[in-house]
Each structure stands twice: as C-alpha cells, then as structure tokens.
Design a protein around this ligand. Structure first.
Ligand code: HEC
Ligand code: HEC
Length: 474
C-alpha cells in the first residue's frame, strides 16, 4: 500500500486496546505448514481493499476514551509540558499530543484522529491493529510498518488521570496504568508487552479456554516486543517471532478479545478478518527513499549471498525464503519471548475456537526465532524481535550497540539506517516515569541487545559497509 496514510502515529491503546495483540498461546505439535488456508475464508472472496476499509472504519474493540478527551489529555500532563500545551496554538497542541503518545496522522485526513483510532458512533474512540501496525518512518506514514513510537502506558495513564481530574481529585497521584493482574502495557516507548497482555485478555475471556491467568498472574513473564512489518506475512509459513502460529483469519483476532464484547459479537467479526488477512497478504514493502550506491550494493549482495542468505533467503528476480527457525543457543538474542507463553496455555488455545478446535494448532514449544524476511528492512527499525537495536549499523557492530538509547521524535538516520537515536551508558536521572520510558534500557529483562553475531563474525569491515548498502535495496 502506498502511502495512503501518513501518519505519525502513535497509538496506544488503552488497556482495553490491549485487546489486541495476538494470540499467544496456542499449541500443538507440529504446526501445519499450509500458508493462507482457503477453506477458512468462510466462502468469501478475500478482498484487500475491503480489509483496509474495515481497518479504517469498523470499530471492533471497546472504547478507550471519549473523542472529545483527545483535546483535553494535555490537562493532566506534568507541569512543564502542560504549560507549553496551554500556551500553544491548537495546531501546535495537536502535534504535542500526537508526539507524546506516538500517534500517526492519517493521510488526507479530515477527522483529526490518529491512525488506529476509530469513532464508535457514540462519542468514543476504539483502537485497532493500526495503532501498533501503522507506523511513521522519518515522518511519513507507512501502513503495515510497526509503530516505533507508541507509548501505550503513557496514553492509558493519562486517560485514567483525566477521569480522576473530572472527579475533582488529584491526577498527579495516579500511578502508571496497567492491564489486569498488574500487567504492564509497555516498558519502553516504541514497544509493548503485547504478547503477555493479549494472553491475559484471551485467558480472561474465552470460556472454552478457561480463565487461565486468574490462577497464576504473578508468574507472567513480561517483556516488550517490536511489531513486525506486515508486508512480510506473505513469505511466512508460520507467524510471530518464533513462527509458532498458523496463518488463519482467526489467528489475527485475539486483539478483539475485549472483556466487554460478548462472545457472539466476537465471533461475528470473523468475516472481517478474512479481508484483513488479504490486506496484509497484499502489502508490498516500501522503497528506500534516499540515494543508493548501486555498485557498492552489488558488492554487498555477493557477501550477503555468501553469509546471510542461508537463513534470510535471496532477493531480487526469483526470491527464495527458507522459513528457518534458529535455535536460541545459536542466535543468542533475548530468550524471554520463547518462555513467556506457557505450555498449558498453548494446549488450552489449541483446544478452542481460535485454533479451530485443534485443526490449526500452535506449536507446543518455542525453540528459537525465525530468521525474518528482510524486505523493506530499512523501514522496520528498531531491530530484533524486542526492538533493542536502533539501526542496522548497530546490528552489524555488536561492540557499538548502545546499552541505553533514546529515539528522537521522528528522525530517520540514513547513514546508520534506522532510527535517529542518542546513545547512553545508563539511563540518566529522570523526573517522571514517562521520561524514563523514553530510554530503551537493554538491562531490563527481555530487552537484551546481544546475539546475532554473524555480520561481525563473518564479514570484514568493507563487506559490512557493502551489505548495509545492499539491505537498502530490499
Ligand atoms: C499493542 C500492539 C499491537 C496491536 C494493537 C496489534 N498487534 Fe499485531 N503484533 C504486535 C506485536 C508486538 C507482534 C509480534 C508478536 C510476536 O512475534 O510474538 C505482532 C504480530 C502480529 C502478526 C505476525 C506477523 C508476522 O509476520 O509474524 C500479525 C499478522 C499481526 N500482529 C496482526 C495483527 C492484527 C490483524 C491486529 C489487529 C486486529 C494486530 N496485530 C494488533 C503488536 C500489536
Ligand atoms: C544462522 C542464521 C542467520 C544468519 C546466518 C544471519 N541471520 Fe540475521 N537473523 C537471524 C535470526 C534468527 C534473526 C531474528 C533474531 C531476533 O529477532 O531475535 C535475525 C535477524 C536479523 C535482522 C533483524 C530483523 C528484524 O526484523 O529486526 C537483520 C537486519 C539481519 N538478521 C540481517 C542479517 C545479515 C545482514 C546477515 C548476514 C551478514 C544475517 N542476518 C545472517 C538469523 C540469521
């Protein structure tokens, strides 16, 4: 999809939005290896345009806030930000609000609403997939790119503070908002604890799977995740960072597990997901918008094909993609994601509606991470499943990966290729929790930036530069 949207986006879903996210858990032995499964399309002809229309217009989750609150959220900000907002013009204030929550502007927009937030016709806003899966890259909205700026916790906290203010109480006493069972919505700006909070919602909601998490909420293994680009969905046999779930319309639905939607209502959305899946399937990666040194890129391709293609495939005329999951011991990136979905939850989901009562099961065990397709990789920073590395340059040079880094509001670094970011040895002293979240801290559990030593081990310095150039062409 081209640039129908240009957002700056942000999104966050209130906790409800939390609804989103995917599925988690599921289980099953082998995973079937069909890709998109036609018999699951409910007799419909999947229609990508319809899918986009649904994503832009059909509310399926429950309200996160009142539409009119959008312009009032600044009233509960910390004092310096609030003063600035009070003195700002309406346009400036709009930008401040969008920047704070990491919202993307819709393109050609007349609503003033962020991408991923829909009116429900009753004065409320409802979030959807684009809150995490519609991102701005260098200030330009790219549908299907992960939102690298989202700050879900800040949004949910401010919404709660506004409610407290409206009750005549002191909003400054309100702690960070969480999902049920003290589940953080996000630990860092730009990533979310989506796998765990979605699991919690699903466990709470689905009678066929029981109230799993009410039994052991304290054991939840929280960790922030980076949403993958949707345009690579078509190349995958199985989806998610560990390739543990089949590609079906239902697999895309857990986000709608709002505790307030009736089960009938939830099931009635299935048709929508036939079209949403088609929209995702038809997305193409965006082209690198800056200059490329094609002679250098050609050299890079040779080194890439020697070292990288075995796992990441080949690109160009007749592309190949091996769909390889690399064991955690070999890849060495953060392991928490592999441990956070318990066996009993995988088994439970496999028995239920989401997995077609065992017909399209998830894997019972996650052994490692999928070597991702690298199409449009220039636009998908930060890198790795946990978004711990801000640029491709840092991915290639392990010793230079920052222990702590902070992204700019929407700058793109076309030298290092990825997010414009400042590096730190440790998190500087901050005044508020929100400020602390602006620093990606790789010492936080689940946030390690280690591993994937292949470029360092097997490319010389010149080859690294050439491969970096080649990656811009994918
Ligand atoms: C709160 C943020 C958030 C929302 C909202 C959200 N997702 Fe995701 N999505 C993620 C994250 C994070 C992952 C990566 C999870 C993983 O790999 O374990 C993901 C993974 C996926 C994937 C797997 C892609 C791949 O290539 O492996 C698909 C497909 C997907 N989401 C579709 C959706 C759809 C459809 C919706 C809305 C109905 C949605 N998501 C809503 C955050 C979100
Ligand atoms: C042995 C298999 C293997 C080899 C060889 C390999 N990679 Fe990877 N690569 C992976 C895996 C697995 C991941 C996912 C790691 C994670 O997210 O935790 C990955 C992730 C990446 C990412 C980040 C993807 C994203 O969406 O965040 C990039 C970029 C990348 N590799 C580039 C390369 C390049 C360039 C080479 C060659 C110099 C290479 N890789 C060699 C397995 C491999």
């Amino acid at each position: 999809m081209q640039k129908n949207i240009r957002v700056r986006y942000t999104l966050q879903l209130g906790m409800v939005a939390a609804i989103c996210i995917f599925s988690f858990m599921n289980s099953s032995a082998e995973g079937n290896n069909d890709t998109t499964v036609d018999p699951l399309n409910m007799g419909l002809t999947p229609d990508a345009e319809k899918g986009l229309d649904i994503l832009m217009n059909v509310p399926m989750a429950t309200p996160v806030m009142k539409e009119k609150d959008l312009e009032r959220l600044w009233m509960v900000w910390d004092a310096p930000s609030k003063l600035m907002a009070a003195d700002a013009t309406p346009e400036q204030r709009h930008d401040m609000i969008f920047d704070r929550y990491g919202w993307a502007e819709r393109v050609n927009d007349t609503t003033g609403l962020p991408l991923g937030y829909l009116p429900d016709g009753k004065g409320n806003l409802v979030t959807n997939c684009f809150s995490c899966h519609g991102g701005e890259v260098g200030g330009v909205t790219i549908p299907g790119a992960g939102n690298a700026y989202i700050d879900l916790t800040t949004l949910a906290t401010d919404i709660r503070k506004l409610a407290v203010l409206d009750m005549g109480r002191d909003p400054d006493k309100v702690p960070d908002a969480m999902a049920p069972f003290k589940t953080p919505l996000s630990i860092h700006r730009g990533t979310t604890n989506a796998v765990v909070f979605a699991s919690v919602f699903a466990g709470l909601r689905d009678p066929e799977r029981g109230k799993l998490y009410t039994e052991h909420p304290e054991e939840l293994l929280h960790h922030d995740m980076n949403p993958p680009a949707w345009w690579n969905y078509k190349k995958k046999e199985m989806i998610y960072a560990d390739a543990f779930a089949p590609k079906t319309p239902r697999q895309l639905m857990p986000f709608a597990f709002s505790p307030f939607n009736s089960l009938e209502k939830f099931y009635s959305f299935e048709e929508n997901f036939v079209h949403i899946q088609e929209y995702i399937n038809k997305l193409e990666p965006p082209k690198y918008p800056f200059e490329i040194d094609s002679a250098l890129a050609k050299k890079g391709q040779i080194a890439f094909d020697r070292v990288c293609s075995e796992c990441h495939g080949t690109y160009g005329k007749n592309p190949t993609f091996p769909n390889k999951v690399i064991k955690i011991d070999k890849i060495g990136t953060d392991s928490r994601r592999l441990e956070s979905i318990y066996l009993k939850d995988r088994e439970a989901t496999n028995a239920g509606w989401l997995q077609y009562f065992g017909e399209y099961p998830v894997l019972l065990e996650s052994k490692g991470y999928l070597a991702q397709p690298l199409d449009g990789i220039w636009a998908t920073a930060p890198y790795f499943h946990n978004g711990s590395v801000p640029t491709l340059y840092h991915l290639f040079n392990i010793d230079e990966r920052p222990a702590v880094w902070k992204r700019s509001d929407n700058g793109y670094d076309n030298v290092r290729v990825g997010l414009e970011a400042e590096s730190f040895d440790s998190v500087p002293e901050t005044n508020t929790d929100r400020e602390r979240r602006l620093y990606y801290d790789t010492s936080v559990v689940g946030s390690s930036n280690q591993g994937h030593t292949f470029p360092d081990d097997e490319l010389d310095e010149d080859e690294k530069i050439a491969v970096l150039e080649y990656l811009k062409t994918l």
